[in-house]
Design a protein around this ligand. Structure first.
Ligand code: PMP
Length: 454
């Protein structure tokens, strides 16, 4: 694996614990936080960051942790990528904001041009920029409704699309995302997804099931859009069975339904291609993007067929900060870095390293009748380990939490996810070095061996 761009080595690429986790400085900040920050917002790890870059996060006590989370799939090019940092500093000195809806600037247009080129399909496209993933999804639905004159929107089991009112309605899981926050936006219909490990269906069977329900319960002529994550993220890194997405997209095309791929988590080289729907040669009508797009700066986008995008009346889309100039130059620098470092290829190499390490642990555990690994799945640097009670497919969420906590105590940041909370998810920055990745995988293997029931 090619090492990270040498200039990112400003943060030493090492795992090094110098205090307990959390250390005293983090503990003191946690106390201040408790008195000042609303408790609804929680954190996966109890350490406060001082700096981060490449494959590590360094905390305020000087502990250097290997990062397998990338701030939830955001810091694809590293959290202090030098090109991104330079572009941000330069732009901030020129102007931080004018509002694209008042006096526009070139970087917004340049980002739109790049996204029109990079996203799947060679049709005529247009792009509009926002701040967050949820905002991109909301706007994609607005565009689909304006373009079709229809109201209904179809989302899937295990889906995650955000925390605003409409995107909560699209999101499947109640706790913690929706509980006590209703009523939710109307005209949202939920269909069964494809979850091969749990439903045992092939892609065609799962697609037929969803299509039949859409026909029967909603009616194609009422549906503005079908919105789906090509690999479901928060729901458990669920890769649909081959053919599922293609059949859904074909059905949408045949019935004038806008097919929206939510690539907020899976986009930008993460899965080994620029976008995850490329694995299935699916060309979405609209695609939503955020997270990896701008090296950590808040930016999101909807890109899609020109005739759909331009069906919205003038002034119908926008927002004060959408396509902020500092975020736009960060995106241009991040996309350049992804291209020059060939990060899609890097993601494929990470997949090989991660999967072979995980298969080796799975074998060891199975040999000892501790078969807690139900499935290892995912693509590129978006890999999941679904944990179960040995010999069953019953979810084991407590084990997932224990493994993540064990890994953290040894200096590795490891996230969990899944409808059942039983999935370990590996999302390293794509610029992580091979050595650091292997070291983190050793820690994970050790955590799995120590925490699995005997
Ligand atoms: N869609 C998907 C697929 C996501 O993974 C997320 C975030 N996890 C969102 C939408 C929402 O993005 P944001 O948190 O930036 O609003």
């Amino acid at each position: 694996m090619t090492p990270i761009n040498a200039t990112t080595a400003a943060v030493p690429q090492e795992r090094r614990l110098v205090t307990e986790i959390p250390g005293p400085r983090s503990a003191a900040l946690a106390a201040r936080r408790e008195a000042a920050v609303a408790r609804g917002v929680t954190s996966a790890v109890p350490v406060f960051a001082a700096r981060a870059g490449g494959g590590v996060v360094v905390d305020v006590d000087g502990n250097s942790l290997i990062d397998l989370g990338s701030g939830i799939a955001v810091t694809t090019v590293g959290a202090s990528n030098p090109q991104v940092a330079a572009a941000v500093a330069e732009q901030a000195a020129l102007f931080t904001h004018t509002c694209f809806m008042i006096s526009p600037y070139e970087s917004y247009v340049a980002v739109a041009e790049r996204l029109n080129e990079l996203t799947p399909g060679d049709h005529d496209k247009r792009t509009v920029l926002f701040n967050s993933g949820a905002e991109a999804v909301e706007n994609a639905i607005k565009i689909a409704r304006a373009a079709t004159g229809r109201n209904a929107v179809v989302a899937f089991d295990h889906a995650y699309h955000g925390r605003t009112n409409l995107t909560m309605a699209l999101t499947a899981k109640s706790t913690p995302y929706k509980r006590s926050f209703g009523p939710f936006a109307p005209e949202v219909y939920r269909m069964p997804a494809s979850y091969p490990f749990r439903d045992g269906m092939d892609g065609a069977q799962a697609a037929r099931r969803a299509i039949e329900l859409m026909d029967k319960q909603v009616g194609a002529e009422a549906i503005a859009a079908v919105v789906i994550e090509p690999i479901q993220g928060e729901g458990g890194f669920i890769v649909p069975a081959p053919g599922f997405l293609t059949m859904l997209a074909d059905w949408c095309r045949a019935h004038g339904v806008v097919f929206i791929a939510d690539e907020v988590q899976s986009g930008f080289a993460r899965t080994g291609t620029w976008f995850a729907c490329e694995h299935e040669n699916v060309v979405p009508d609209l695609i939503t993007m955020a997270k990896g797009i701008a090296g950590g700066m808040p930016l999101s986008a909807v890109t899609g067929r020109a005739e759909l995008m331009d069906s919205v009346h003038e002034g119908g889309l926008g927002g004060t900060y959408g396509g902020n100039p500092v975020a736009c130059v960060a995106a241009l620098a991040a996309i350049d870095a992804m291209t020059t470092l060939d990060l899609p290829a890097q993601a494929r190499r990470i997949e090989d390293t991660v999967k072979s390490a995980l298969w080796a642990v799975a074998e060891k555990l199975a040999d000892r009748d501790r078969g807690v690994i139900g499935e290892i799945r995912g693509r590129g640097a978006m890999i999941a380990v679904e944990l179960v009670r040995p010999g069953t497919d019953e979810p084991a969420p407590a084990l997932a939490r224990a493994v993540a906590a064990h890994a953290l105590s040894k200096g590795v940041i490891m996230l969990t996810c899944g409808t059942f909370g039983n999935v370990l998810r590996l999302l390293p920055p794509l610029v992580i070095t091979e050595d650091l990745l292997v070291e983190a995988l050793d820690v994970l293997a050790d955590a799995l061996m120590s925490c699995s029931p005997r």
